[in-house]
Ligand binder design. Sequence first.
Ligand code: SF4
Length: 225
Amino acid sequence: MNRLKTNRWDFGYTLETMNREARKRNAPVFRFEDAGKASPFRILVSTMLSARTKDETTIQIVKELFRTVGSPRDVLRLNEKQIEKILYGIGFYRLKAKYLKQMAEKLINEFNGKVPDTIDALLSLPGVGRKTANIVLARAFGKNTIGVDVHVHRIANRLGLVKTKRPEDTEQKLVKIVQQRFKRNFNRTFVAYGQTICIPRKPKCDECKIRKICKYGQTMINQYH
Ligand code: SF4
């Protein structure tokens, strides 16, 4: 069935299918959310730490960190070396330990110890880029934003939703074409699908239930038939 209706993508069908298939395969992002769940601070920290690190590794380390750290004040009780020791194994762990410390200081000094809920305020925090800020806004505050990471960028291009080189451009295009109600869970669903089926190398197009609406998937069929 053609799910493209007069140039409007059927996001309801697409996201629901992707989510269901990724859940069947126990995508790490779902477990990662459990590990970082609860407070905006934990969501912020776990998202910031996850950059350039395998989710399996981040899950373990975030759990360990949250045994002793639940607020910015807890972070300030540790020195940088102690934080580095906990974060060891995560990509750029030294830099992230430094950012975590600076972030905690800024949250306490400028935001009354609370995670802010605007994009500009989040972007002012050390170690926080657009991807992290948008994910925090969506997951911690229920805002209709789309965090574009490598998974979202790759899959959106493969599907043919966008044709972009940079994640920033992907975000700009997606926010225009994705209806408000689908934005909040967009990142999570795409990440889950990217971890299990539309993986970076050799996507599993044979198993993919949205192949009929995927530009890349259709190209593959035409090449081999
Ligand atoms: S058909 Fe292949 S490239 Fe397209 S979304 Fe599915 S797995 Fe990804």
